[in-house]
Design a protein around this ligand. Structure first.
Ligand SMILES: Cc1cc2nc3c(=O)[nH]c(=O)nc-3n(C[C@H](O)[C@H](O)[C@H](O)COP(=O)(O)OP(=O)(O)OC[C@H]3O[C@@H](n4cnc5c(N)ncnc54)[C@H](O)[C@@H]3O)c2cc1C
Length: 404
């Protein structure tokens, strides 16, 4: 077993680290206060190849592996969660779903511009009335000749107001014997007539990002934009989450690291009772917890990334990585605020932003209650992975790096 990163992995890490630390860290507080996304972020991430990092070169991507995607997410969220959220939805939920389930024509038409960063994607699944209970969404798609007519509302959608394309799942069969079998997925051009959308304001965290709603009113979507078969939408959405959750796990690992680094720095400087607070054992206990949680979270996401590279189903491992890393990042951010005392309570330091940002990941991409249920059902033997009609393709450097 080799725990070393390759030369390519270290190059990705450094490139993303430099972008996040040099270009975003100096301006992030200002945009977080404004509750808006800095306009240069998406084009710059596209220009650097970050948006298509694990997509084959022939489909417009950078041709790196799935571990590189995780490493990039760790570096991005070590600066701000909003950067990693872009990867979760653009790359994880949208592009990787096209890579796994899309036809060759759909890849050429939609995946190529997404991977190049010429178009922005999102994943629109949650509705005002159904998040965890996704099988019971109400948005509908009705077949009419060569089109589907989409109606419904999607809520809490990251990049709703910035994206060009959305991976959308709607109900096509209201009479299916199981609700989950009546769903179908589509790649939808959000500039189509009948689409209206907007941002949600007043969020607790990810304020320098974009989270919104999308309303579909008789939106005509060409039948060739259907992803997979009718009735496969639930499975397709769950495999989108296998990829989205991976990015969330890796990103939360970066947030633990950032909370740890800032806590160590502050604890060495701040004096109380005649010594730096780092000398007090209760402070050391908090730092020790963060340090070990960082290592464990990192190993869990790297395991999931390694399994993706190998083409092994990783729903269980990815869910565990997401649950562990996001709970640990919320705890690390909270303890980092505590270590900073009163100063931690103001935005003079970054740690209050980490705390606000870390809460979202405990809720989205399957809340951590849902991850517990997934883990319990595997452990109790109630759940096993059945092969999918289309699996995420294993990483093959020859295929990934060859021009079309
Ligand atoms: C910042 C942010 C960004 C998001 N981005 C996206 C996005 O890009 N695309 C998208 O489709 N969605 C997105 N979401 C939505 C997110 O995935 C949902 O909020 C999440 O799945 C929970 O659904 P819900 O809000 O409807 O809560 P509910 O499902 O109503 O759950 C409420 C509470 O009940 C708990 N609960 C529910 N069922 C059970 C159960 N069986 N057992 C125990 N507890 C249970 C939940 O864990 C939660 O604590 C985003 C959300 C946020 C906050």
């Amino acid at each position: 077993m080799d725990f070393n990163l390759s030369e390519e992995h270290r190059m990705v890490q450094k490139m993303v680290h430099d972008f996040a630390q040099r270009e975003v860290a100096p301006i992030i507080k200002e945009w977080d206060r404004k509750q808006d996304m800095a306009p240069f972020i998406l084009p710059r991430m596209g220009e650097l190849g970050i948006l298509g990092i694990c997509i084959p070169v022939r489909y417009g991507g950078a041709g790196m592996d799935y571990v590189s995607l995780g490493l990039a997410c760790e570096e991005l969220e070590a600066v701000d969660t909003t950067l990693r959220v872009v990867m979760s939805v653009h790359t994880g939920l949208c592009s990787m779903t096209l890579l796994q389930w899309g036809s060759e024509e759909q890849k050429q038409k939609f995946l190529v511009p997404l991977a190049k960063g010429e178009k922005i994607g999102c994943g629109a699944f949650t509705e005002p009335g159904a998040g965890s209970d996704f099988a019971h969404i109400r948005g509908s798609a009705r077949r009419e000749g060569d089109y589907y007519i989409l109606n419904g509302e999607k809520m809490w959608i990251s990049l709703a107001n910035k994206a060009d394309y959305a991976m959308v799942t709607m109900r096509t069969n209201p009479n299916a014997e199981k609700a989950s079998r009546g769903l179908t997925s589509f790649i939808v051009d959000l500039h189509s007539p009948g689409v209206t959308r907007g941002d949600i304001h007043g969020k607790l965290g990810v304020r320098a990002g974009s989270t919104g709603w999308i309303h579909f009113q008789d939106v005509r979507v060409p039948a060739e934009n259907r992803i997979g078969e009718e009735g496969e939408g639930f499975k397709i959405t769950m495999s989108a989450f296998d990829n989205g959750r991976y990015t969330v796990a890796a990103g939360a690992t970066g947030l633990i690291r950032a909370a740890l680094e800032e806590s160590v720095k502050y604890a060495r400087e701040r004096q109380a009772f005649g010594s730096p607070i780092a000398q007090h054992q209760l402070i050391q206990a908090k730092i020790a917890r963060m340090a070990v949680d960082y290592e464990a979270a990192r190993l869990l996401y790297l395991q999931a990334g390694w399994m993706k590279n190998a083409g092994s189903r990783n729903t269980r491992q990815t869910s565990a990585a997401k649950w562990f890393a996001t709970d640990a990042s919320f705890e690390a951010a909270s303890e980092a605020v505590q270590i900073h005392g009163g100063y931690g309570f103001s935005d003079e330091y970054n740690v209050e932003r980490y705390l606000r940002n870390s809460k979202g990941a405990v809720i989205y991409e399957g809340s951590n209650e849902i991850q517990r249920l997934i883990q319990a059902s595997y452990a109790l033997g109630w759940r096993t992975d059945k092969p999918l009609r289309r699996e995420l393709p294993p990483y093959d450097p020859d295929f990934w790096q060859e021009e079309a």
